[in-house]
Design a protein around this ligand. Sequence first.
Ligand SMILES: [Zn+2]
Ligand SMILES: [Zn+2]
Length: 172
Amino acid sequence: MILLVPIGPIPIHLISWLEDKLGLYVDRPVKTGKAVPLPRQGYDEQRQQYTADAVMELLQGGSCPEAERIVGLIDQDCYSPDLNFIFGFAAVNDRESFVALPRLRPEFYELDENKCLVRQRVLKEVIHELGHTWGLSHCDNEACVMQFSNSVEDTDSKDTAFCQSCRAKIIP
Ligand SMILES: [Zn+2]
Ligand SMILES: [Zn+2]
């Protein structure tokens, strides 16, 4: 089972849509867990971003032994030491990962709101991070969800699904 964990406030429509759709792509049941508060540490006032480590620690500290994988969703901009910003982060071959929403929203780039587009982007990034937790690396296939996204344009142009070769590596 895959557990979605809202970290701080997350739009309900997004979570319930994700809970419905994600299972179709990852062949596992999906549930939403109780929301947890934002990390108490790890916020950089100057950057106005949370460190990925703080978010991961928060997820690793929660208990839910029956979850094969835990995916956090956070509506705060995040970074990791080697990247100015991240759409998501995963512990490779481990249980926890998360996706950060702000940069997946068109408003971040001064474009009009678009709920459907945001849902698709979040779905792709969640599947991408789950792929890392199952040991997948970035994929050169342009259509594959495991292709690295450096911008939302990259996210939009890739597919929601794993390519055949990635998929073959992670069949449950
Ligand atoms: Zn990646
Ligand atoms: Zn692939």
